[in-house]
Write a protein that binds this ligand. Structure first.
Ligand code: ACO
Length: 151
């Protein structure tokens, strides 16, 4: 937290972050869907009920009271590695006008910390070729190949 630039706060997602532009930040990643507040709240409440599995964090810009960076770690339970836990980092996004201030790095560091605290034996993620240097700076190594099937 102290490593963030002055005037920014890292914290867990809150139920009223809909009003702080949480979903707008995600639009740098993909199509988001134009949720109503109720649709956001339904998903928020599900994640809250499963808060041992889903950890979504944000960085807010204090002066504007707006969300500017977001990320999630999902903790998967396995049989292998003796009922091991694997952390999946998902949906990392930094507002385009806030990129390059190490906010993405701080989000990843915080998610890695949560994964380690939860007892994950590894933390993994999928990314595009162009984001490989960013994740390498965050301490990740390239491994395996992603396969996808779209319904
Ligand atoms: N190529 C090379 N280096 C990079 C790149 C890049 N594309 N992006 C960041 N870096 C480097 C930075 O220069 C910095 O290096 P330094 O420590 O030597 O100065 C280091 O990585 C940390 O960079 P940050 O400032 O923390 O990066 P930023 O806050 O801009 O966040 C991110 C990076 C998340 C990729 C952001 O640009 C973004 O939101 N992009 C659009 C959405 C996206 O692609 N998200 C990731 C999808 S993958 C997933 O969600 C699992």
């Amino acid at each position: 937290q102290s490593l963030l630039p002055a005037g920014y706060t890292l914290r867990a997602l809150r139920s009223n972050d809909y009003e702080r532009g949480f979903l707008d930040v995600l639009t740098v990643l993909t199509e988001v869907g134009g949720h109503t507040k109720q649709e956001f709240t339904e998903q928020f409440n599900y994640l809250k009920k499963h808060n041992h599995e889903y950890h979504t964090i944000t960085i807010t810009e204090d002066a504007k009271d707006q969300v500017v960076a977001v990320g999630t770690i999902f903790v998967e339970r396995k049989f292998v590695h003796k009922n091991g836990l694997v952390g999946h980092i998902e949906d990392i996004a930094v507002n385009s006008n806030q990129q390059g201030k190490k906010l993405g790095l701080r989000i990843i560091q915080a998610l890695k910390f949560i994964g380690a605290q939860r007892g994950c034996y590894k933390v993994i993620l999928d990314c595009s070729e162009k984001n490989v240097p960013f994740y390498e700076k965050c301490g990740f190594k390239q491994k395996e190949i992603e396969m996808a099937w779209y319904v």
